[in-house]
Design a protein around this ligand. Structure first.
Ligand SMILES: C[S@@+](CC[C@H](N)C(=O)[O-])C[C@H]1O[C@@H](n2cnc3c(N)ncnc32)[C@H](O)[C@@H]1O
Length: 282
């Protein structure tokens, strides 16, 4: 297989006359949202590579890592060197900055020994993922840090597939929104978007259900929890969830079929005035 990432040698740094020092590369390895069948071939090749260190996010050191669980359920062997990195669930900016720095320093120390570090990501590494913070802080520590991202299937793409619900058709607009923006903001978006993907719905679920009820959108809403995992839960009648507690790994897909659309330009892109002028001169 032509896997450039699986055969890349460690980078050498330092002047050619000095003893070169091998440094490792950090990979954000997307694993998809839960079904090991959604791990890409590129991610798989990296995870099978010997002499790498696996790192993975945990919300507390007593908690299991959902990302690691996906890799283990895939039948991949946990390497001898592996390490959880703590990314707590908090809005305390200072606390977050402290933990991101600690995680980045841990990775930096590993990379300095010449090993490649794989950071396991649930879903896609560029989509609301701890990997974004890790990569950013590592770059702040070392502007020359070697970082690669293996893209993956997001939770909402997998959710649409499970629900057999198109994310978008033809001219549809889509908004992917953390529900924490609040009910007023979500309601405003209903007027502009044909599909709303509401992420991180847990704390606001009841209020969201009330909004969907009021707007007559319950029949066009679906809930999914731990999409793709063995404990996946799909709820078609979202109103059933009122007053219940759901898992953090859950989202709502909302379609607004009655959205009033603005005027649309059909066909090819609008011609510039120069192009129109050139045409009339021919
Ligand atoms: C920190 S974000 C991670 C997003 C992830 N990187 C992705 O690509 O989808 C966490 C939020 O994503 C959504 N999510 C992640 N995994 C999910 C899953 N397996 N099933 C349903 N929702 C999921 C939930 O809304 C959750 O609150």
């Amino acid at each position: 297989m032509s896997e450039s990432t699986s055969i890349a040698p460690p980078e050498l740094v330092g002047s050619p006359t000095a003893f070169p020092v091998a440094v490792g590369r950090l990979f954000g390895v997307s694993l998809g949202p839960g079904d090991p069948g959604l791990i890409t071939r590129r991610a798989w090749a990296l995870l099978e590579r010997p002499n790498t260190v696996w790192t993975y996010p945990v919300r507390s050191l007593r908690k299991e890592s959902y990302a690691l669980d996906i890799a283990l359920r895939a039948g991949l062997a946990l390497p001898a060197r592996h390490q959880p990195l703590l990314f707590p669930m908090t809005h305390d900016v200072e606390k977050l900055a402290r933990h991101w720095l600690k995680a980045a320093e841990t990775v930096q120390a590993l990379l300095a020994t010449g090993v490649d570090v794989l950071f396991l990501v649930e879903g896609d590494a560029s989509t609301y993922a701890s990997f974004c913070y890790l990569a950013r802080v590592l770059r702040e520590l070392d502007a020359n840090a070697l970082i690669d991202i293996v893209p993956g299937v997001t939770s909402f793409n997998a959710a649409c597939a499970q629900l057999q619900m198109p994310l978008s058709e033809q001219d549809d607009t889509i908004a992917i929104v953390p529900a924490a923006y609040g009910i007023a903001a979500v309601e405003k978006m209903l007027d502009d978007f044909d599909t709303l993907v509401l992420m991180k719905v847990k704390p606001l679920l009841d209020d969201l259900i009330n909004l969907l009820e009021r707007r007559g959108l319950l029949p066009h809403s679906r809930f999914i929890e731990k999409a793709g995992s063995p404990v996946e839960r799909i709820v078609y009648d979202v109103a059933e969830l009122k007053g219940t507690t759901v898992n953090y790994l859950s989202l709502l897909l909302v379609k607004n079929p009655d959205r009033v659309r603005g005027e649309m330009q059909r066909g090819c892109r609008k011609k510039t005035s120069t192009e129109i002028e050139e045409e009339t001169q021919q």
